[in-house]
Design a protein around this ligand. Structure first.
Ligand code: NAD
Length: 977
């Protein structure tokens, strides 16, 4: 690699600055409203955040009153300056004026960054840019694509844009500075395409499905572009789409007759990019292709670093800005040194970075116009002019679109211009000396790292199925599990495997003729035998040191991890879960083991001392625990209840659900392998009404941990309250039951966020989660648009056997559920409006498509009874008060949600919505151990919170031993502590 001295780079940078002639960008002029706003917000961080939030919500507000309320609420949080507060207080009293001024201001701000709402309006501006010797790439801004209808509309918009721009440009003069390095003219028109806009169902676990669908939508765009001589660049978006985008790009380039005018963006802030760039170059070389690479820094640093940390995944971006800058220079050098395969486009506003590119290019003897420099529309004009004066080809990235869909783009630009670490703010906002701006990023003193909160408990990360290796492991596990279909599973009583004549087949709900396993069914006789074993084991197990019991759970967690793909594959087949849902259930089981192990150590024993008196607070186990679990979280719930009871020193009898008993058998085996003694963990599958009832009523059973339906839960609660002859203690019942969970959507909600979250909450695992959203309460003004987008999004979901990773919606659990849900839907048609009923695949499984009813009365069965299937009831409310009234008007109180951007509404709902788990501006399913202790009140449960700090004591009896340390007036020193 040819070295370029830092001095040469700095010299080039000084030249760029000199050619700027002291000009300032419009944005940083205080005469411009946006400039004034940026200036204010750079001075006050709190004001900035609130102001940008207000800008973000403004286009969604319906009237002057809402604008006044939001303005007041947001800026009240900002501790803004006195002048601003007074101005605001006056403005809020004049809502129509405030509304008018605020909207004008946002429109003006947006016009700084968005060239025009559509091609017709953009064309004259793009044409004028050529007079300034600037060229462009056009991009279409837009809402997040939530449905196939929306993706199809995007495709049409790109096609129209290409046609319109190509037509218009015919009369445009050829600008010779656009010629490339003797390789023929560069297309006059350049369009940037966002891959995510062309298919609504991109799932990390199913890249092939995404590539297939994206190819279908892209081909006409690429063909037309080739025909009309238009260059197409693939934009790079979030990290999870990176590999997919690169693969798609290569496939499109490999198609016969592919246009030579294709490019792709790569992001220097990603640690992977050096590898990706090299791989792309090797590929291009091997396939005799030249490709354009637009090297950018990357626009989603906060999201990437926060989400990865939240998921406990490796953070894909560099921690520090200077690392990205240094990487940018290295990548640029690599690109420039390979002119045979790469055409370079350097996108940056950082003069040091571009100076490094130019200096390197010069050292390599490259023509200035053999590569190009790109910057965003509306930003850094003096730098653009300077480069043009120096003879460079400069391309502006020009977004087209309406303000509302373009809002997230606008806010990103505002944040970028005001970021503490941003080059533009330093150059034009704070007049940092040129030499500082041109400093070598390798020599930068790292800014202090962000002090991210460290959670007290680390959840087991979910599998990132965007990684090819993870997908391969899951495919292999599905094969292995499929090969084991039909095995028999005996009971485990003490150390003995017991086969009974009564057997039950556990079937694959996607293909009911397939038997996943045949399970022996326990009756009273086997239950008695298990109780005898448990009684015999109790004195040893309950007195085993809590730390040793905890260590067994931790070993179990490790064993589950080692088998996680097979366990997840088993869930896919036995309970019809999609890959990611199954994987999350396995991870949750691991979390329960580790979390309760830690909790047991934490609470095992405490000393409370006063002078002369020692008080030992400790716990003892209750006795025999019957664990009665449902099928819908087949491993996690069974494992969670079992782990808690076991680590507390109780002897547990596992009674899994009939529909997921094979998974139950695997868990019992794993716990025993981890070191749980024979009588401490036994496996007793059987019919709930028979063996379940028998265990509940048995006088020797001390604890019943139940999760399931309200009907069964109430029976158990009642039966456990009846004392039997010979019973020596009160039975403790931990009882978690159903829900009829509602999400309220406020008039100012961001539908781009709300719709996918509602879809996932209502139709994830076919609505068969206790936390699932089955009611949607929409405020009047947003109701129709919400229902419309929801129906489109639901109609785009792929329903089918979940072993195919692209199928996000699978079957319901069994024939009984299938018939019950279908009957419910049929009956509901008589009193509510069926707005969507998803098609079902032609397979023998128990498939029911996503179903949406609107205009549902809040008191109708649809809105009151737990259906436990993919059925969503939309209720209209005229205001928030009414929405809350409807939301609270059921017998259940499990989960609830709100989508809103009004600080006062959020506070109101936090106070008034009576549920065990309330989620604001996110989906309402997917509770994680320790982070979101889970469980509800009223008819949803007894208020115990699984995965929380107060769960274990339910399985224990507290005890206090008090020792008087005073003997004849003195306390012996050794007894003092
Ligand atoms: P279910 O009530 O039919 O069965 C649950 C368990 O109880 C099974 O093991 C079953 O065999 C057993 N059982 C059945 N009748 C019994 C009886 N008379 N005595 C003792 N045991 C008996 O529930 P399900 O269909 O497996 O699960 C779905 C239900 O579970 C839904 O209502 C859902 O909301 C609820 N659930 C609640 C939570 C929560 O945390 N609140 C979590 C998951 C599921």
């Amino acid at each position: 690699m040819k070295q370029v001295s830092d001095d040469a780079i700095k010299q080039k940078g000084r030249e760029i600055f000199a050619h700027m002639k002291g000009e300032k960008p419009r944005l940083f002029s205080r005469r411009n409203l946006t400039g004034r706003l940026l200036d204010w917000s750079m001075k006050q961080e709190a004001l900035k955040i609130q102001l940008f939030k207000l800008i973000d919500v403004l286009p969604a507000l319906q009237n002057s009153r809402e604008v006044a309320e939001h303005s007041g609420d947001y800026l009240a949080y900002a501790h803004s300056s006195r002048i601003l507060r007074v101005a605001l207080a006056v403005a809020i009293r004049l809502p129509p004026l405030l509304n008018f001024v605020a909207r004008q201001a946002v429109r003006q701000m947006a016009s700084n960054f968005i060239i025009a709402p559509d091609a017709a309006a953009a064309i004259p501006r793009l044409r004028r840019m050529r007079d300034r010797r600037l060229t462009f790439t056009a991009d279409i801004l837009g809402e997040t694509v939530l449905s196939e209808k929306e993706a199809g509309q995007y495709q049409q918009r790109y096609l129209r844009l290409i046609e319109d721009l190509a037509d218009a440009s015919r009369s445009w003069p050829d600008v010779e500075q656009l010629d490339s390095d003797g390789r023929g003219p560069i297309p006059k028109i350049n369009v940037s395409v966002k891959v995510s806009a062309l298919y609504s169902q991109i799932h990390p676990a199913a890249p092939e499905d995404a590539i297939e669908h994206l190819s279908i939508r892209l081909r006409p765009i690429l063909h037309l572009a080739k025909e009309r001589g238009v260059f197409i660049n693939f934009d790079m978006e979030h990290y999870r789409l990176k590999d997919l985008t690169i693969e798609l790009f290569k496939r499109m380039l490999s198609e016969p007759g592919a246009s030579p005018h294709l490019g792709i963006a790569l992001q220097a802030y990603l640690r992977d990019t050096a590898h990706d760039l090299r791989a792309l170059m090797e590929w291009a070389f091997a396939h005799h292709r030249r490709i354009t690479v637009r090297l950018v820094k990357g626009a989603y640093w906060d999201t990437e670093s926060i989400l990865a940390r939240q998921r406990e995944w490796p953070v894909p971006v560099f921690d520090h800005k200077h690392e990205t800058d240094a990487n940018y220079e290295d990548l640029a050098a690599l690109m420039l040194e390979n002119p045979g395969t790469i055409d370079c486009a350097f996108a940056t506003h950082n003069v040091r970075s571009m100076a490094a590119c130019i200096a390197r290019a010069e050292a390599l003897g490259r023509e200035p116009r053999s590569y190009e420099i790109q910057m965003l529309y509306g930003m850094a004009e003096p730098i653009k002019q300077s480069l043009i004066r120096m003879g460079h080809r400069v391309r502006e990235y020009c977004p087209l679109g309406e303000i509302l869909p373009g809002m997230s783009y606008l806010v990103r630009r505002l944040l970028e211009n005001t970021s503490n670490e941003g080059f533009l703010r330093a150059t034009f906002g704070e007049s940092v000396p040129v030499e500082t701006l041109l400093a070598d990023p390798r020599e930068a003193t790292p800014a202090p790292s962000i002090a991210w909160p460290v959670p007290p408990f680390r959840n087991e990360p979910h599998t990132d199925f965007a990684q090819a290796q993870a997908r391969a492991r899951m495919q292999a596990a599905l094969k292995t599990v499929h090969a084991q279909f039909g095995q028999t599973y005996p009971l485990l009583i003490g150390n003995t495997e017991v086969h009974t004549s009564d057997e039950l087949a556990s079937i694959n709900p996607s293909s009911p003729s397939e038997v996943v396993g045949v399970i022996s069914q326990a009756g009273a006789e086997e239950a008695d035998a298990a109780i005898i074993e448990a009684k015999a084991a109790f004195s040893h197990w309950s007195t085993t040191a809590p730390d040793s019991r905890a260590a067994i759970l931790e070993r179990a967690a490790d064993l589950i991890c080692a088998e996680r793909f097979e366990l997840a594959a088993l869930e896919v087949y036995e309970t019809g879960k999609a890959w990611e849902e199954a994987d999350a259930d396995v991870a949750e089981a691991v979390d329960f083991c580790r979390y309760y192990a830690g909790e047991m150590r934490r609470i095992a024993s405490h000393v409370y001392e006063v002078p002369g008196e020692l008080n030992i607070h400790e716990y003892k186990a209750r006795g025999i625990a019957a664990i009665i679990a449902p099928w819908n979280f087949p491993l996690a719930i069974l494992c969670g209840m079992t782990a808690a009871a076991l680590v507390a020193g109780n002897c547990v009898i596992l009674k899994p659900s009939e529909q997921s008993a094979v998974i139950g058998a695997r868990l019992a085996r794993l716990l025993r392998e981890a070191g749980a003694p024979s009588g401490a963990v036994q496996y007793l599958p059987g019919h709930g009404a028979r063996v379940g009832t028998y265990l509940v009523e048995h006088p020797d059973v001390a604890v019943i941990a139940f999760t399931g339906s309200k009907e069964v839960g109430l029976k158990i609660w009642e039966a456990a309250g009846r004392t039997k002859p010979g019973q020596l203690q009160l039975k403790k019942v931990v009882c978690e039951m159903g829900g009829k969970n509602a999400i309220i959507v406020g008039a100012d909600a961001d539908l781009d966020e709300a719709v996918p979250a509602i879809i996932a909450s209502a139709f994830g695992y076919q609505g068969q989660k206790c936390s699932a959203a089955s009611r949607l309460i929409a405020l009047g003004p947003i109701h129709d648009r919400l229902v419309e987008r929801l129906v489109e999004a639901a109609s785009s979901l792929q329903v089918g056997p979940p072993e195919v990773s692209a199928n996000i919606a699978g079957p319901v659990i069994d024939d009984t559920a299938f018939e019950r849900i279908r009957k419910f839907i049929e009956e509901a048609k008589a009193y509510a409006r069926l707005v969507y009923s998803g098609p079902i695949p032609e397979a023998e499984g128990y498939f029911i498509g996503p179903t949406i009813f609107s205009e549902v009365s809040p008191d109708s069965p649809l809105a009151q009874q737990e259906i436990f299937g993919p059925v969503l009831a939309v209720i209209r409310a005229s205001n928030l008060e009414e929405a809350l009234k409807f939301a609270n008007r059921t017998e259940f109180a499990l989960t609830g949600g709100l989508f809103s951007r009004s600080p006062r509404d959020i506070e109101h709902v936090k106070r008034e919505f009576d549920v065990g788990n309330l989620y604001i501006n996110r989906g309402i399913t997917g509770a994680l151990v320790a982070r979101h202790p889970f469980g509800g009140g009223r008819m949803s449960g007894g208020g115990t919170k699984a995965g929380g700090g107060d769960y274990l004591p339910n399985f224990l009896v507290p005890r206090v031993v008090t020792v008087n340390l005073i003997r004849r007036g003195f306390v012996a020193p050794s007894e003092k502590s």
